[in-house]
Write a protein that binds this ligand. Structure first.
Ligand code: GDP
Length: 370
């Protein structure tokens, strides 16, 4: 019977296989439908209606390109939610081209995980600079935490200033906190319960969720784009917190000589190849194991200790961790060597270093954030 049933909320075909995709309904619920219940909501619409809660859904590249085209054709303010702990991982390729004449408001979310010593104005200009380097020309940049009410209120004020009566489209890569943010907006915008509608983007199977604003415009949440090579894909559920820190990061500084190596558990590696003895500061989740060793023994050490002393990966894991791929850099300025999703190590100017991450996960050098 499954094949003929559609969610009366969003119109998605109901399915019981994948709770990350549209139209999901637990099999037990669907069984009741066979017993005669005609009006069914998918789990996502059910939660939206009953708990005012939006569940994230993810999209692959093709669908996302179509979505971006539609947004480009709209007359709208585009709100791009980014995770500042994972700036590179939350870039949407080509967004600036698709946005066309529509203004983009850049939202640097998860500001709460960065050390308090890092002043927001400084971080904000850093973020704007990075956006420019990536070809994005946001009309404005805002730093915030979706978990902080005052920040959410400030964002809403900013949106009101910028939208000029237009619709507002929220776009973002998965895991940047877009759903958390939309849910926070729902909670703060009183009386909006009955005004949420879900529908399809025309000509696609993509969901959109629309919150009506007073002047007939709407806030539209779009599905998150899935980046394929995220560190998160190689972690067990128990270890996911390593790529989504919930507490302020305590930077850890290591005095290193050339010829020394740091392992970030079994997930990444940092070699100090050539330069002057000095401090290298790691910005990663407080729980992530960092182990120092000699560069000359590092390959052997990794082969012996991966999954043992260097965990994750866990020995009993179902997820296969690809071999680490190596990238070498010589810094011209104070820089961060970024292991996408996992964090970064600050490297002073004039040093030759190498960064390793599971093949496919980005290792990039950028101007120092801090
Ligand atoms: P989405 O895939 O973009 O919709 O992301 P979610 O809203 O599901 O959030 C992904 C993860 O980031 C969850 O573990 C959230 O709890 C966490 N998160 C979201 N916003 C924030 C924030 O402002 N600060 C922190 N520390 N974590 C956040």
């Amino acid at each position: 019977a499954t094949s003929e049933l559609y969610c009366i909320g969003c119109g998605a075909k109901l399915q019981t296989e994948n709770d990350q995709e549209a139209g999901f309904l637990p099999a037990a619920r669907l069984a009741k439908a066979d017993a005669g219940e005609a009006e069914l909501y998918c789990q996502r619409c059910f939660r939206l209606r009953h708990y005012n809660e939006i569940q994230p859904v993810g999209l692959t590249d093709d669908d996302f390109l179509r979505l971006l085209n539609l947004i480009g054709e709209a007359d709208a303010l585009i709100v791009n939610v980014m995770d500042i702990f994972d700036f590179n991982g939350s870039l949407i390729p080509g967004l600036h081209r698709f946005a066309g004449d529509n203004p983009v408001l850049l939202v640097g979310n998860k500001a709460d995980v960065l050390p308090k010593s890092l002043k927001r104005p400084r971080l904000r200009s850093w973020l704007t600079q990075q956006a420019h380097a990536a070809g994005l020309r946001p009309v404005d940049t805002i730093l915030m935490s979706a978990k902080n009410k005052a920040d959410v209120a400030e964002l809403l004020t900013k949106i009101e200033e910028l939208r000029n009566g237009r619709d507002v489209y929220f776009v973002g890569v998965t895991n940047t906190g877009k759903s958390t943010l939309i849910n926070a907006i729902l909670k703060q915008t009183s009386g909006i319960d009955d005004l949420i509608t879900t529908s399809r983007f025309p000509g696609t199977t993509l969901d959109r969720i629309r919150l009506e604003l007073d002047d007939g415009a709407g806030i539209i949440d779009t599905p998150g784009i899935i980046h394929r090579n995220q560190m998160a894909h190689y972690l067990d559920a128990k270890d996911l917190r390593l790529v989504s820190p919930t507490h302020v990061i305590r930077p850890k500084t290591y005095q290193l000589n050339p010829g020394q190596t740091l392992f970030l558990a079994g997930l990444a590696r940092f070699d100090f190849i050539q330069g002057h003895r000095g401090g290298f500061t790691a910005y990663v989740d407080n729980q992530l194991l960092i182990h120092r060793t000699k560069l000359e023994n590092a390959d052997d050490f990794y082969d012996r200790q991966k999954g043992d002393m260097l965990q994750p990966p866990r020995p009993d894991s179902d997820v296969e961790l690809p071999d680490l791929a190596r990238f070498e850099f010589t810094t011209k300025q104070d820089s961060d060597l970024v292991f996408a999703g996992l964090g970064w190590i600050n490297v002073p100017a004039g040093e030759t270093v190498a960064g390793y991450a599971p093949a496919g996960v980005d290792v990039v050098l950028r101007k120092a954030m801090i």
